[in-house]
Design a protein around this ligand. Structure first.
Ligand SMILES: [Zn+2]
Length: 400
C-alpha cells in the first residue's frame, strides 16, 4: 500500500501532465489563431492590398444595421475614432445635423463603421465583409458604401456572373476579367464616393451570401492576376454569348484598343443563348421610343441600316406614316430593354401589328464570351489560353 505522501506525489504528477497537455494545446491554438489573425491583419493592413468601394444602398430614408461583435465608428476625414462598442443593432436615419445611429446623433456627413473582428456587417439583412461608409447626401437621403478588399469583392460577384458548377478554368478566366474590370473602375471613379454599384450597372455584387466554394477557389487560384495592355489595366468587358464573333468596343464606346477589337468565336455554338426570338407589339415599341424622347407613332417599318463585320446592326431606321428616325441599334436595345432585345444581331419582320425579332447571342458582345469560355474550358484550354484568345495582345500581370 502506498503511503499518503506517494499518493499525493502521484496526483501531483498527474495534474502536472494534464496541465502540460492543456498548456501545449492552448499554445497550439493560440499560435494557430494568432497566425490566422496575423495573416488576415497583414492582408488588411498591407499597403499592397487593394480596396474597392461598392455602393450597396442609395437614396434610403433609413436602414437597419447590425454588427455582431466589437466595432468602431470613425470619422473618415480625420480618422478619429468616435466610438468603440461591443455590438450594434440599430436603424440608421438621417438627422437634421448628421447621422443618427445606435441611439446617438453624429454631426458628420460621412461615418465609417469598422468591425474589429471578422464578423462583417449586416445591412438590410445582407452580410458584407469589410467596413461600411454611411453617407448623408445633399438631399438628406442616405447611401451606404462597402469598403472591401478586391479579392473578397471578386468572390462576392463571381457567383452572379457565372454558375459555380462551371469548369474551373472558365471560372478562373472570369475571375481575372472581373478583377481587371474592377480595378479599371477604381481608376475611373477616384473622385466619386464609390467605385462601383452593386447592381447590374456594375458587376452584380451579392456580399458574403454570394460566395461559393468553387467560385472562391477560382479567385484564390488566380489571386492578384489582372489583364493589361501596354502596361495598363483596361476595361475587360465580358458578355454571355457572342454567337460567332465578339464585338469591336470602339463601335459602342470610346475605347479603341487591340484587346477589345473583336475575334471570331467558334466555341459558343452550343450555348443556350445562341439564338433568341422576341415578338413585340409595334405600339409598345413606339411608346418606349416616345418615352425616351424619340417621338414616333404607328410604326410601319424597322430596318437595319448598317451592320458591322461581326454581323451586329449599327443603325436602325424606323418609319411611320409621317416620319423616319434613325437610331443606333445599341440605343434601341437599351430603350426597349437589354434583356428583351438580347443583342444587336437580329432580323426584324413586321406582321399584324407585331415586330418579330430573330436574334443571335446575348449581351453587347465585347471581350470575353462567357459561354465560349465555358466550352473552351470543357475542351481543355486553361484560363490563360482563354483570356489570350478573347483579349488578344493583352498580358496577364500581377496586380500592383
Ligand atoms: Zn462566343
Amino acid at each position: 500500500m502506498a503511503s499518503p505522501l506517494i499518493n499525493r506525489l502521484k496526483t501531483f504528477k498527474k495534474k502536472c501532465v494534464i496541465s502540460a497537455i492543456v498548456l501545449a494545446l492552448s499554445l497550439l491554438f493560440a499560435v494557430l489563431a494568432g497566425r490566422l489573425s496575423a495573416q488576415e491583419a497583414a492582408d488588411y493592413n498591407s499597403p499592397t492590398a487593394k480596396f474597392i468601394r461598392v455602393q450597396v444602398l442609395d437614396e434610403a430614408g433609413s436602414f437597419p444595421l447590425r454588427v455582431n461583435g466589437p466595432y468602431e465608428i470613425i470619422d473618415p476625414l480625420s480618422n478619429n475614432i468616435l466610438e468603440r462598442q461591443k455590438s450594434l443593432k440599430t436603424t440608421v436615419t438621417s438627422s437634421k445635423k448628421g447621422i443618427f445611429l445606435g441611439g446617438k446623433n453624429f454631426e458628420f456627413q460621412k461615418l465609417l463603421i469598422k468591425p474589429v473582428g471578422e464578423e462583417g456587417v449586416l445591412l438590410n439583412a445582407r452580410r458584407f465583409r469589410g467596413d461600411i461608409y454611411i453617407i448623408k447626401k445633399k438631399n438628406s437621403k442616405l447611401s451606404a458604401v462597402n469598403l472591401i478588399e478586391v479579392e473578397n469583392y471578386i468572390k462576392g460577384i463571381l457567383y452572379n456572373e457565372a454558375s459555380h458548377y462551371w469548369p474551373l478554368e472558365a471560372l478562373k478566366a472570369q475571375a481575372v476579367a472581373c478583377r481587371t474590370f474592377a480595378l479599371y473602375q477604381i481608376e475611373q471613379n477616384s473622385a466619386k464616393d464609390y467605385d462601383v454599384t452593386s447592381d447590374i450597372y456594375s458587376q452584380v455584387y451579392g456580399g458574403k451570401a454570394s460566395e461559393r466554394y468553387r467560385t472562391s477557389r477560382a479567385v484564390n487560384e488566380t489571386a492578384g492576376e489582372v489583364l493589361t495592355f501596354k502596361g495598363k489595366i483596361f476595361a475587360a468587358y465580358y458578355h454571355a454569348t457572342c454567337a460567332g464573333h465578339t464585338e469591336d468596343a470602339s463601335l459602342l464606346w470610346d475605347n479603341d484598343i487591340a484587346p477589345l477589337k473583336g475575334v471570331p468565336c467558334f466555341f459558343c455554338k452550343e450555348s443556350p443563348h445562341f439564338k433568341w426570338h422576341q415578338v413585340l407589339l409595334l405600339d409598345k415599341i413606339s411608346s418606349k421610343l416616345s418615352a425616351s424622347g424619340q417621338k414616333i407613332k404607328d410604326i410601319q417599318k424597322i430596318e437595319a441600316l448598317e451592320k458591322d463585320r461581326s454581323g451586329r446592326i449599327l443603325n436602325l431606321r424606323i418609319t411611320s406614316a409621317d416620319k423616319t428616325i434613325n437610331i443606333p441599334a445599341k440605343d434601341f436595345r437599351n430603350i426597349i430593354g437589354p434583356n428583351v432585345i438580347r443583342s444587336t444581331n437580329f432580323s426584324i419582320e413586321i406582321a399584324d401589328g407585331d415586330a418579330v425579332f430573330e436574334g443571335l447571342g446575348w449581351g453587347h458582345g465585347v471581350g470575353l464570351c462567357q459561354w465560349g469560355a465555358y466550352f473552351m474550358a470543357k475542351r481543355g484550354y486553361d484560363h490563360k489560353r482563354i483570356l489570350e484568345y478573347y483579349y488578344p495582345q493583352a498580358v496577364i500581370s500581377k496586380m500592383q
